[in-house]
Design a protein around this ligand. Structure first.
Ligand code: HEM
Length: 413
């Protein structure tokens, strides 16, 4: 093994037998010790079978090229049984277009895609910039605060409220529902059962059903609810399908961008020479945004099930097997990305990363996410804000959403 593994808790990484290696353990994401385990898999067993895990047996696909092969072959690798490693009990299952195959997938995706079309992004740009300036301008000076809450969550939740034309004063409900939707119920936690999760999400459904009913008899407008109300592809959804699509759009627009905003600030603090490079060359901002999204990889994995027997990376995968594409690992694959472990805002082919997936389910909101991050960094530079990270981040205990619940910072006045 490479010497570098010595820095990455080598005892744990190397001592564990490959057959017992389960990279899905959330605590390794929470304490940020996951990297060495993935490096070991990429080197020794890139398509790895884990026989026993809390989520049942599953394959881990850890190298860039194998992930692209799985993600771009939706006929052989289906998302219809779910896109996260955990199996949602049937009683709590919701449908959504990320779990659909063509043609229904395309019809529903097409229904909402105008919200992120270039013409609409141009319209949203000035609104985002105004909001970013207001948020940055209102941050405390010379004392510590939580960047996640005051910037990352605030900016993305405001955006989501606009996309849904959701009552602005209630926008933090969107953050709450998003967090509940991605929680895997666990004893002793706030969401301790699937029933509790469903009860809270039914409040979300109730709230949105009211918005739906208001918009049925109104003229079509440029918001996600109105788009679904007026499209033949979504007009007659069952409540559980409406809820599933709401969760998809809420989580898609929320956690991902939020954690890229936080990750970006953390990385710039950890790599001051990259921040200096950006300050000296502000035209690098788009490139820096792509690098932040690669380096963070806000969605650690997507899951598929084999619809047929298939060989991936030399391993025989059987029809029905659960296959997990670890984007977080593929984004650090040295064979595909030079110096993949380094954070370099001006790297070659910076957009060549896995964070948005590939194939028919490739992220719908990626240009909007990039736009929000670009404007945020432009305004941080314009205002010459020096935001210093003053403590360790609190990371989320999740193998799906790769992110933070807190990042203590201080702005020097
Ligand atoms: C799909 C990541 C922002 C909406 C996805 C997928 C990933 C992803 C990994 C699945 C790709 C696949 O299975 O091949 C991200 C990241 C973001 C981000 C890293 C931010 C940095 C957004 C935003 C929105 C959004 C802002 C909405 C406004 C969606 C939707 C899908 C999706 C609706 C499902 C697409 C489909 O099934 O056709 N995203 N996302 N995402 N994302 Fe994003």
């Amino acid at each position: 093994m490479k010497a570098r593994l010595a820095d990455l808790r080598a005892e744990d990484v190397c001592q564990i037998s490959l057959s017992n290696l389960d990279v899905s353990e959330a605590k390794r994401f929470q304490d940020d010790s996951i990297w060495g385990y993935f490096e070991r898999l990429r080197m020794e067993d890139p398509v790895h079978y884990c026989q026993a895990s809390p989520y049942g047996p599953y394959w881990s696909v850890t190298k860039y090229r194998d992930i692209v092969a799985v993600d771009t072959n939706h006929k052989a690798f289906s998302s219809e049984q779910g896109v996260a490693i955990v199996d949602v009990p049937e009683k709590h299952w919701t449908q959504s277009f990320i779990k659909m195959a063509p043609p229904k997938h395309g019809e529903q995706r097409h229904t909402v895609s105008p919200i992120v079309a270039p013409e609409n992004l141009i319209k949203l740009e000035s609104l985002i910039r105004r909001r970013v300036k207001t948020i940055l301008g209102s941050l405390p000076r010379n004392h510590d605060f939580n960047w996640v809450d005051m910037v990352s969550i605030e900016l993305t939740t405001q955006m989501l409220a606009t996309l849904f034309d959701f009552p602005f004063e209630d926008r933090r409900l969107l953050t709450y529902w998003s967090d509940v939707a991605v929680a895997i119920p666990k004893t002793g936690h706030a969401i301790d059962s699937w029933d509790k999760r469903s009860t809270i999400l039914s409040e979300c459904l109730e709230y949105f059903t009211q918005l739906w009913n208001e918009r049925i008899n109104a003229e079509p407008r440029m918001d996600l609810i109105s788009m679904m109300v007026h499209s033949p592809a979504t007009r007659h959804m069952e409540p559980s399908e409406f809820l599933g699509n709401l969760i998809l759009l809420i989580v898609g627009g929320n956690d991902t961008t939020r954690n890229s905003i936080t990750g970006g600030l953390l990385f710039m603090n950890q790599h001051p020479s990259e921040l200096r490079k950006l300050r000296d060359n502000p035209e690098l901002v788009s490139s820096a945004v792509s690098e932040i999204i690669r380096y963070q990889t806000p969605i650690a994995h997507m899951r598929r099930n084999a619809a047929t027997d298939m060989v991936v990376g030399g391993k025989q995968i059987r029809k029905g097997d659960k296959v997990v594409m670890w984007y977080i690992s593929g984004n650090r694959d040295e064979e595909a990305i030079e110096n993949a472990d380094r954070f370099l805002i001006d790297r070659k082919n910076v957009r060549q990363h896995l964070s948005f997936g590939f194939g028919i389910h490739r992220c719908l909101g990626r240009h909007l996410a990039e736009l929000q991050l670009k404007i945020l960094w432009e305004e941080v530079l314009n205002a010459r804000l020096e935001v210093e990270v003053v403590g360790e981040p609190d990371r989320i205990a999740s193998n799906f959403v790769h992110g933070y619940s807190a990042l203590p910072v201080r702005i020097k006045a």
